[in-house]
Write a new protein. Structure first.
Lengths: 349, 793
């Protein structure tokens, strides 16, 4: 289908990683408050496995998987796989989009798929867990007593590159913000947001030069909402870091308008400490990526936890040249702590 | 120095504005007709391309069978890059419904409006469909549309699920198989049992190929018009160079290098190209805009190819217009420029009577013309291939044009011998004297006339043959299309005692001599015996066909594979049969064959007969079709009246005539303009020749009258010569080019009344062209005539 068309349509699905305020205002009143759609409420408790499945009464939702990997060849790799759901109106139709990313120190491979929601070409099932679009699949791996997301198998291929990976959780699910109610602006825009940040990952990357066996750590984000961004918010910078001490750190800032920052400090046992407005993010170095200036080296500090690190992109050209483009790739961090993780940046025009 | 030289050269145009006008207008007319025709062709082709993009039916393999959207999802989940498609008619209309999935269908501009969320939501919900803006009004009640420029007219784009609702089905027609980047997938036919993979149709089914003949004719017309225009330009520019010879010599003697002078003149040509080209392109746009609706209607009627009535032109088209103008001017001015570059500094500066200078070339022209005509004759007998066909056309037209002036000279000398009286003698002699100056214009006139005769003879032959053929092939009074086999059986039972005969029409796809085509089964019936003349047949052909002794093949297959009676034809899955006869099948690019119904059923037992030809007394046609429609709830397009089909086909031809008629008139107009330009130019130079006659006592009115008579006489002679050339042209188009290009030959039919009318127009055009110079002579102050004797000439 026409690229521009899909891009604009699915901006609805991508508002959280969206670009300009004008874009979010323009779509069927998206900027005006999601009338008819359900809105996240404080104090709602998650029920699993049901909440692993789709919530069609909300406008947008995603299953967002990243992994930082090391190959048997000793090189750094990163993968991303995302399934987006978007409800065009409160009563449908549902539209799906899948994104594929695979980063090596020298190259970045991306891919995307689109699907209608009414024939089973794409979808998510809570139990046994399965999320798919075309032949790209993230699904429960084997039987067991634990959470549906405890053991997953991921398979996706663009023809140019692909991966077959298994994910095994070593810790519990964690809820961001106020027990999963994640505020996104000073005026209270919010989403439901939980993660599984404790995956051990292993498997095979299929690269043009041949297969590479990899191991590493993975992170799954689950988020849904109906109006997560303020009109004047331009985009965001989002970090997920696996610290060498076993802690995890999720941190983001929303740029434009009234800047908004948030960080979840996650102990190895899964205990979350939320920090509003404590996060310090300074771009240290810009790279010319696909004709834009994108900060690919950052100072990231969270003073209450004594964190002050320099985050550097493994491959500064980790550009998702999809119809809706953004930067997403593996990073390393050094300073008061050592870490590896993922960085996502949107809204750099 | 260059600026001064340019000013000096420009002075000529200031003193001869009419000549400049002639040049620019000639160039503009030539460019205009050419680009106009090109615009029409380009528009039509881009419409085909749009239609093809919507369906991608020519380019992509597809999976067919009893498919649903669940099969689509299953194929996608197995890794196949497929997209569902439905192709049908919007019930109760003649619009083509295309159902597609906007998320997986191949990219195309047609779906751009789905970028608006509101449009996409409405599209997915089936609340809106996408159509060309001018198709909006054709949508049936209950279907609301969004106008989109990128969609071919007559096509309705709907979401696949919406299309299913419109057609009340849960099926889809096919899965388009797009390039899949991965290997090792489970084959689709294994994944979806009962499905079959279909490779893209060969070029035989391509709408572009079907309409090629039409575009070929248009292009030929455009080129001809361009050639006629070039004659004007050539004449004007040659004259301008000749008249400026003294100026050139003076400039050279003053020290202007030959190179600079040539450069100046080249610059002048470039400026003229820009001016003439620009006007011509505007003109071309106007021509195209005026003719396009007719062309669109013709193409739609003939081939079902819908062409957008609005013009959208690419920058390339504008550039090509200038390129043609430049090329034309280079051809016309190149020789003069070359002569100038090689001109010795002290060459005689006397302006040779430009016209006179060419008299010596008449002999050479005659020899070349005869040689070309001889070449054309040889080609006519031996030509194989389209290029040879076009060479034949070129040789015929050029040879005839070159022969025209020598022939006219010959006719005029014969006439001069029979002349009595000094004035008559002078008239003949003067006509001869003027031939060289008018030759180019007369040649242009003859080309235009013979092209007119040729093309209208061809179109007329086509029309006559085609309508006759329709009468034969559509011998039955009613044609029925049942929805399925069981309905077909019921209809047949229902009709049994109500009509004279029910003739099933059964067909199957097969490879005929290795290329895709159709085989039909024919029930032996008097309808065919009486109405179907064959181009080639064995004795007792119909009985033998019914007995299953052989096959009939269409002319295209017979010519392409050289299978005539006495040979065998390989019908692929239909078997190998002796050829019993060959029939005309105009307009069909593919091979086709007929077997007796029993033989056909033996070979293709699974083919169902859902189509019928019904013989019924003409006065009962109406009643029977109403009974049918009400009893079986048949949609209006499933019961077709023979008279309707014929009327429709005739309308198509009338519209074709409208287009060719307009182009005919335009070329004739260009030729008349050339004649006027030449006569005007000559009239200025003739004053010294006319002055003595005036001095001898002929009045100016009388001289002007004689001038008119002479111009009309020359035009008449030219028209008379154009008739055989036009017939030759028509013959070459019908018997050589058509056969080579499309595989069928049309009998030549002549229309003498048309020639008389056309000659009348030619005379009128000549009279109109001569009127202005004659009037000028008539009103010329006697003082000007007297001056001739005073000046030293």
């Amino acid at each position: 289908m026409n690229g521009k068309a899909i891009r604009i349509v699915l901006t609805a699905a991508l508002v959280a990683v969206s670009s300009t305020p004008a874009a979010s205002q323009g779509f069927a009143g998206l900027g005006q408050g999601g009338e008819g759609f359900a809105l996240p409420e404080r104090g709602r408790a998650f029920t699993f496995p049901e909440d692993h499945g789709p919530h069609p009464e909300y406008r947008i939702e995603w299953w967002y998987l990243t992994a930082v990997l090391e190959g048997e060849d000793g090189r750094d790799y990163g993968i991303q796989w995302t399934l987006f759901r978007s409800a065009l109106t409160p009563v449908g139709p549902q539209v799906w989009m899948g994104h594929f990313g695979l980063t090596t120190p020298e190259a970045h491979f991306s891919g995307e798929r689109f699907a209608r929601g009414d024939v089973g070409q794409a979808g998510v099932m809570a139990q046994p867990f399965a999320a798919w679009i075309d032949d790209w699949r993230l699904e429960r791996n084997g039987a067991g007593d634990g959470d549906e997301l405890d053991s997953l198998r991921l398979s996706a291929d663009t023809g140019e590159a692909g991966y077959e990976l298994s994910f095994v959780a070593t810790g519990p699910l964690v809820r961001h913000g106020e027990d999963g109610f994640s505020v996104k602006s000073a005026s209270g825009q919010a989403s439901y947001y939980y993660s599984q940040p404790f995956y051990d990952v292993g498997g095979t990357l299929r690269l043009p030069d041949g297969d590479v066996e990899v191991t590493g750590r993975g992170w799954l984000d689950r988020e849904w909402s109906s109006q997560p961004l303020e009109d004047d918010q331009e985009g965001w910078d989002w970090f997920s870091l696996h610290l060498t001490g076993g802690e995890r750190l999720m941190a983001f800032q929303l740029r434009g308008g009234t800047p908004f920052t948030y960080a979840s400090w996650i102990e190895p046992d899964g205990t979350v400490t939320p920090y509003y407005g404590e996060l310090v993010l300074d771009p240290l170095d810009l790279s010319d990526v696909s004709g834009r200036d994108v900060p690919t080296t950052w100072r990231l500090a969270l003073p209450p936890e004594g964190v002050d690190v320099t985050v550097t992109a493994v491959n500064p050209q980790s550009w998702q040249g999809t119809l809706f483009p953004y930067w997403e790739g593996p990073v390393t961090a050094e300073g008061t702590h050592s870490a590896r993780g993922y960085l996502e940046m949107t809204g750099y025009e | 120095m260059m600026a001064a030289a340019l000013r000096a050269l420009g002075g000529h145009w200031r003193r001869h504005p009419l000549q400049l006008l002639t040049l620019v207008i000639g160039l503009a007319l030539a460019t205009g007709l050419w680009t106009g025709v090109q615009a029409i062709n380009a528009q039509a082709r881009s419409s085909y391309a749009e239609a093809a993009v919507v369906l991608d039916r020519d380019a992509l393999p597809r999976l067919t069978g009893e498919l649903t959207l669940q099969d689509f999802a299953a194929a996608r989940r197995a890794g196949w890059n497929v997209s569902p498609v439905i192709e049908a008619r919007v019930p109760g209309t003649s619009l083509r419904l295309v159902g597609l999935d906007p998320f997986t269908s191949p990219p195309g501009s047609a779906t751009a409006p789905l970028g608006e969320t509101e449009t996409l939501v409405a599209f997915l919900a089936g609340e809106t469909v996408l159509v060309a803006p001018n198709t909006l009004s054709e949508l049936p009640v209950g279907l609301s549309g969004t106008g989109v420029d990128g969609i071919a007219p007559g096509i309705v784009l709907a979401d696949i699920a919406a299309a299913q609702r419109i057609l009340e089905t849960d099926r889809i027609d096919a899965l388009l198989i797009l390039p899949t980047p991965r290997d090792g997938l489970t084959p689709l036919t294994e994944l979806i049992p009962g499905s079959a993979r279909q490779e893209p149709a060969g070029e035989g089914g391509d709408i572009g190929r079907l309409t090629d003949s039409f575009h070929l004719n248009l292009t030929a017309f455009g080129l001809l018009a361009f050639a006629v225009g070039l004659f004007i330009v050539h004449a004007a520019i040659g004259l301008a160079f000749e008249q400026r010879r003294p100026l050139f010599r003076t400039l050279r003697a003053l020290g202007l290098p030959s190179r600079t002078l040539t450069l100046c003149l080249a610059l002048e040509l470039a400026a003229l190209t820009l001016a003439g080209g620009a006007i011509g392109i505007v003109l071309g746009y106007a021509v195209a805009a005026a003719l396009l609706p007719g062309v669109a209607a013709t193409l739609s009627g003939l081939y079902g190819a819908r062409v957008d009535g609005g013009l959208t032109l690419s920058p390339l088209w504008w550039l090509s217009g200038f390129a043609m103008a430049g090329a034309g001017l280079a051809i016309a001015g190149g020789r003069s420029l070359w002569q100038l570059a090689t001109l010795p500094v002290l060459a005689p500066a006397m302006p040779r009577a430009w016209a006179q200078a060419r008299i010596s070339t008449l002999r050479l022209q005659a020899i070349t013309g005869v040689a070309l005509l001889a070449g054309a004759a040889i080609l006519a007998l031996t030509a194989t291939g389209l290029i040879a066909g076009f060479l034949l056309l070129g040789a015929l037209l050029l040879g005839a044009a070159l022969l025209l002036p020598p022939l006219l000279m010959r006719v005029l000398s014969l006439g001069a011998r029979s002349a009595t009286g000094p004035v008559t003698q002078w008239l003949w002699a003067d006509a001869r004297q003027q031939i060289p100056g008018l030759s180019l214009a007369l040649m242009a006139l003859m080309l235009a006339l013979s092209a007119n005769i040729g093309v209208s003879t061809m179109v007329g032959s086509f029309r006559g043959t085609f309508t006759g053929w329709l009468d034969q092939r559509l011998a039955a009074e009613l044609y029925l299309y049942a929805e399925d086999e069981s309905q077909a059986r019921e209809i047949a039972r229902f009709l049994e005692d109500r009509v004279d005969a029910v003739l099933p029409i059964v067909a199957a796809q097969a490879n005929l001599e290795g290329a895709p085509g159709e085989i039909y089964g024919l029930l032996d019936h008097a309808t065919y015996r009486e109405n179907w003349p064959l181009l080639d047949q064995v004795p007792d052909v119909w009985s033998r066909l019914a007995a299953g002794e052989g096959a009939l093949v269409n002319e295209q297959l017979a010519r392409r594979e050289d299978v005539w009676t006495g040979t065998h034809v390989d019908l692929g899955s239909g078997g190998r049969w002796p050829v019993l006869g060959v029939y005309s099948d105009y307009g069909n690019p593919r091979g086709q064959a007929y077997l007796g119904l029993d033989a056909f059923r033996d070979r293709f037992p699974e083919t169902s007969a859902t189509r019928f030809a019904v013989r019924v007394a003409p006065e009962r046609v109406e009643a029977v079709s109403e009974q049918l429609a009400s009893t079986f709830d048949l949609a209006p397009d499933r019961v077709v009246n023979q008279a309707e089909i014929k009327q429709f086909s005739l309308n198509v031809f009338e519209r074709t005539f409208a287009v060719t008629g307009a182009l005919n008139a335009l070329t004739l107009g260009v030729a008349a303009f050339a004649l006027w330009a030449s006569l005007t130019t000559l009239s200025g130079m003739r004053v010294p020749q006319v002055a003595p006659l005036w001095a001898l006592g002929l009045t100016r009115a009388r001289i002007a009258q004689l001038d008119l008579i002479r111009a009309v006489g020359l035009a008449l002679l030219t028209a008379l010569l154009a008739i055989p050339v036009g017939i030759g042209l028509a013959w070459a188009l019908l018997a050589v080019v058509n056969v080579q290009a499309f595989g069928w030959r049309l009998p030549l039919r002549v229309f003498p009344v048309d020639w008389i009318v056309l000659s009348g127009w030619a005379l009128l055009a000549a009279a109109a062209a001569a009127a202005l110079p004659a009037a000028r002579l008539w009103r010329m102050p006697p003082a000007d005539l007297v001056k001739v004797f005073a000046h030293e000439r």
